[in-house]
Design a protein around this ligand. Structure first.
Ligand code: ZN
Length: 194
């Protein structure tokens, strides 16, 4: 009972609301809509969601640190994404009906018509390898949930590279696993829908 009350109080304070999407713990911690972030991170209403774009963070930090960095990043770069995922689960950083700046294609369909998913821990190798593997597994299941929710298919998945040529998601590209990644999402989607 005390745990429930604590969770409720954290939730009311906007600190700990957690739900589960396809088994993945998801917490909402939107980038604060202050004047700076509204200019550099909130990209305007998304009229037509047609794709989901996959990224790797290219470092070993956990999702919360990525989110906090994004929230406080003062370098006047237009940059944002919708979810960052690590081994613990996912953090939603933008409203899902808002465009984010993640695909490097300006006002093209990558930024205007796709959700951006950052898979964290992508520079965890060796002893920390499992952190990345679990982060990717959480991303697979979250992405399947999003495809189902928005009536999309695995054919609507894109790599950041597809939009702008950037080598991202670097880890999946280095390991030559894009087809395998999509196949895992397809299995997760199948299991979700049956
Ligand atoms: Zn990227």
């Amino acid at each position: 009972m005390r745990a429930v009350l604590t969770a409720l109080m954290l939730c009311l304070a906007g600190l700990g609301c957690r739900t589960y999407h396809n088994g993945v713990p998801v917490r909402e911690a939107l980038v604060e809509p202050n004047a700076y972030n509204l200019k550099y991170k909130y990209g305007g209403k998304m009229s037509d969601l047609r794709y989901i774009t996959i990224h790797n963070t290219w470092n070993s930090a956990p999702a919360q640190r990525e989110r906090d960095y994004l929230n406080n990043r003062p370098d006047k770069v237009y940059i944002s994404y919708h979810f960052v995922v690590d081994e613990q689960g996912a953090i939603q950083t933008m409203p899902l009906d808002e465009c984010a700046w993640h695909a490097g294609d300006g006002r093209g369909p990558g930024n205007r018509n796709s959700l951006g998913i950052e898979i964290a821990r992508s520079r965890c190798y060796g002893r920390d390898e499992q952190l990345y593997r679990q982060a990717e597994e959480n991303a697979v299941n979250l992405i399947a949930w999003l495809l189902d929710r928005y009536k999309l298919s695995v054919d609507d998945l894109r790599m950041h590279k597809d939009w702008s040529g950037k080598k991202c998601p670097h880890r999946i590209l280095e390991e030559n696993r894009w087809d395998e990644f999509k196949a895992r999402v397809a299995v997760s989607l199948y299991n979700l829908q049956r």
